[in-house]
Design a protein around this ligand. Structure first.
Ligand code: ZN
Ligand code: ZN
Ligand code: ZN
Ligand code: ZN
Length: 754
């Protein structure tokens, strides 16, 4: 949108410093400050062009400052958006009108006359859309923003209607009385209509029949609560756990009591969290809730909130970010590093930086509490997270330095942060661009391996199965949770993360015994990636070699191998495809690779017979899919049955590609109304999904969802299936609740289970 982005410059500078060899000097600088000062001083000539790092960054920033206008308020644009909204509203395009009015509200300067009008207009759309609560909120804001007195009667009537529609008769009566008292203030030309409307409302209120409403919203959900109460020395975790430290595991979390599966064991607010730029227009800048109506920052158009409370909560840091958010948010995780410092303030940062930690486990405060409720204790926990700076690639280190310099310079150029945080005595004058940048650097180095992605659930359709509802998780923000960061990684974790707004809620996924280490999965999971892929990823991002159970025990490698497995042509055992690319099995001929039998240990190239069979299955599968697209279902079913019959002689049943063929057959059967056979096919798939992903996995739950939809249709004509259906729905409920917490129910309407 703004046309100027930071990454190209960071890449160009990195490239030049690598090519000229200057980058190797960076590794000789030990402290963050030395590294930053080194970068600030670099001047090289590459391809006859002189490059001065500091100047280049300043030039880029100047270009970005020129774009600040595009991110500030504009009365003219606000008016334009409002008029567009009104047009859409007249055409009954509610969604479009809503978007236009929201846009107008974001663009309107705080004191402008457009703001209350756009708010009032949006309340009318929201009323149409039956979003009464949001409509009421908009009307309240409109009145707070000096809505014209001559129009006020319109809002009174609408408020009364909202309460009536919500079934809140007490409130509706109150507003009705206000309507009656207001009559003498209504302009003459509107009086007749107004009186009619009020009379109508009066009658409706009197005739009102109460109904119970059963809408579940995020607010109505039960707040997460810690199993067995909160730990007194390590905040945000259950009493049943404690933090330990030793040479082998570093700081880590261990169970001291038995904790059963599904217990909430961490409930943690982040120290700092940033909304990802792609969600700036759709999510609250402070709590990350998805917005239907927006309440913008009064100073810029980029920060949007749920309400005044969220707006106020962000003051602490947004006072500095306002107006330059587009610059800060363009450098990824470095923005979060800066945010940590904006929240902390320079004085506290310096105090903690110089604090002596001898004789204590790092991060624990004077009272022996880790991540305690005061800012100082919370920041101490953040400050002592391990920075993995020197393990990073030199190119990455350089990029972090450059990003830190860029952010520190922008803060210095455009905000009062440095001025406000200066020591009054002028004794300590170490708050300047290099010092601020080096502090940002330390946090970047910690965040590289300690930041969490905050995810949010979204409804999604399942692609081919357009009728089946599914839930997907999208990444909305990056955050730092110092207590949760104390868990070590395992590719087979015994807990799972979920989010309630920005609060991290962690549940156990198995029964945990006293003495067990509590481990988190940093990303690579044993059901989803092979050992090789996991080890590679962990090395790159987290700088260690994983020695968890699935990474060391042969039985896990065997089951991994079957994902791309065939029957061994020598002994009939399971042999696995060792090649690059998706083994699938459909392209064994052109794919460089071999089959390794796990039983007789023979290694061989796929035989001509295997290659032929695979390509046959593949072409039958493709024809089957084509027939489904064309609606030729009997052909599709017979093609796919044929593919499965031929394929079952060479593919192991858990082969991923072969399961996809099965799934396509199930779809063809469902589309042709043969629900009974479809359920049989899906039952087979379920069995293998459970084997691979485990009984509590989200993959299995999604397969169960498909199954339940078909089962529901089959059960309509066959009563015997009702019990099975109930069982399946309970299973779906249990798995989703374990993985996502109770909020999943908001996103799937058909699966509400009593
Ligand atoms: Zn919010
Ligand atoms: Zn702002
Ligand atoms: Zn592992
Ligand atoms: Zn064999």
């Amino acid at each position: 949108m703004n046309g100027v982005s930071c990454q190209p410059l960071l890449d160009r500078l990195t490239f030049a410093l690598v090519k000229t060899g200057v980058i190797s000097d960076l590794s000789k600088r030990k402290t963050e400050l030395e590294k930053i000062k080194f970068c600030l001083g670099v001047e090289v000539t590459y391809s006859d062009v002189k490059i001065n790092v500091q100047e280049e960054i300043q030039n880029l920033l100047d270009a970005l400052y020129d774009k600040c206008e595009d991110h500030s308020k504009s009365e003219a644009l606000a008016m334009k958006a409002k008029n567009q909204g009104s047009k859409a509203y007249l055409k009954k395009k509610d969604k479009e009108a809503l978007n236009c009015f929201s846009e107008s509200i974001c663009l309107a300067p705080a004191e402008s006359s457009v703001l209350p009008l756009a708010l009032a207009n949006r309340s009318a759309v929201l009323y149409q859309m039956r979003r009464y609560k949001e409509a009421l909120q908009d009307m309240e804001w409109a009145e707070g923003a000096c809505y014209p007195a001559a129009l006020r009667h319109k809002l009174l009537v609408r408020r009364c209607r909202c309460y009536l529609s919500m079934g809140d008769i007490k409130k509706a009566r109150e507003v009705l009385e206000a309507c009656n008292n207001h009559i003498h203030l209504v302009p003459l030309e509107a009086k007749d209509k107004y009186e009619m409307e009020v009379a109508d409302l009066k009658q409706k209120i009197e005739n009102h029949v109460p109904t119970s409403s059963t809408i579940t919203s995020q607010e109505n959900l039960q707040q997460p609560s810690l199993y067995g109460g909160e730990n007194e020395t390590v905040k945000y975790i259950t009493n049943a756990f404690e933090m330990k430290e030793n040479d082998k595991y570093g700081r880590h979390i261990v169970a001291v009591e038995e904790v059963s599966k599904g217990s909430e064991v961490f409930v943690e607010k982040p120290y700092a969290a940033i909304l990802l730029p792609e969600h700036h227009k759709t999510h609250c800048h402070s709590c990350f809730s998805r917005l239907l109506t927006s309440f913008p920052c009064s100073g810029c158009r980029d920060a949007i909130f749920c309400n005044e409370e969220c707006r106020r909560a962000s003051r602490l840091w947004h006072q500095y970010e306002c107006g330059i958010l587009h610059i800060l948010s363009s450098v990824g995780i470095a923005h979060l590093a800066l945010r940590i410092l904006l929240i902390t303030g320079w004085k506290l940062h310096c105090y903690i930086r110089e604090e002596v930690v001898e004789g204590k486990v790092a991060g624990f405060g004077e009272k022996g509490v880790y991540n305690g409720p005061d800012l100082i204790d919370r920041y101490r926990a953040v400050f002592h997270l391990l920075p993995h700076f020197n393990s990073c690639l030199l190119e990455d280190q350089l990029q972090y330095c450059l990003a830190a310099i860029l952010l520190a310079t922008a803060i210095s150029d455009k905000t009062n942060f440095i001025k406000e945080n200066m020591d009054e005595n002028g004794e300590k004058t170490d708050l300047d661009v290099p010092h601020l940048a080096s502090a940002v650097m330390r946090h970047i180095a910690q965040l590289v391996s300690n930041a969490h992605a905050i995810t949010q659930l979204m409804p999604s359709d399942s692609g081919g199965h357009s009728r089946v509802e599914q839930i997907k998780q999208i990444r909305v923000a990056s955050a730092i949770y110092p207590t949760a960061s104390m868990m070590n990684h395992s590719c087979k974790p015994n807990i799972i993360n979920s989010f309630y707004k920005d609060v991290l809620v962690i549940r156990t996924t198995e029964d945990i015994k006293p003495g067990d280490q509590v481990s988190n999965c940093y990303g690579p999971h044993y059901c989803r990636q092979t050992r090789e892929e996991r080890q590679e990823a962990l090395k790159q991002q987290y700088f260690f070699t994983c020695k968890c159970e699935p990474c060391t025990q042969p039985k896990y490698m065997k089951s991994e191998a079957s994902w791309s497995g065939f029957y061994c042509e020598n002994c009939g055992g399971a042999s696995s495809w060792m090649g690059n690319e998706d083994p699938g099995g459909c392209n064994t001929e052109n794919n460089e690779g071999v089959l390794l039998c796990l039983q007789c240990h023979r290694v061989q190239r796929p035989s001509a017979h295997l290659v032929y069979t695979c390509s046959r299955v593949n072409s039958l599968h493709e024809s089957g899919e084509e027939a489904i697209r064309k609606g030729n279902l009997p052909d599709a079913v017979s093609l796919l049955r044929n593919a499965i019959q031929i394929g079952s002689k060479v593919y192991l049943p858990e082969n991923q590609y072969f399961l996809r063929v099965r799934d396509t057959l199930a779809r063809a059967l469902a589309d042709s109304g043969d629900y009974e056979n479809c359920t049989l096919e899906l039952q087979e798939c379920l069995q293998f999904m459970e084997q691979r992903y485990g009984p509590e996995s989200i993959e299995l739950a999604h397969e169960f969802l498909k199954y339940s939809e078909v089962l529901e249709l089959a059960a309509a004509v066959n009563d015997k299936l009702q019990d099975e259906l109930r069982m399946v729905k309970k299973r779906i409920n249990d798995i989703f609740t374990l993985n996502y917490g109770p909020q999943w129910k908001i996103y799937l309407s058909t699966c509400a289970v009593k």
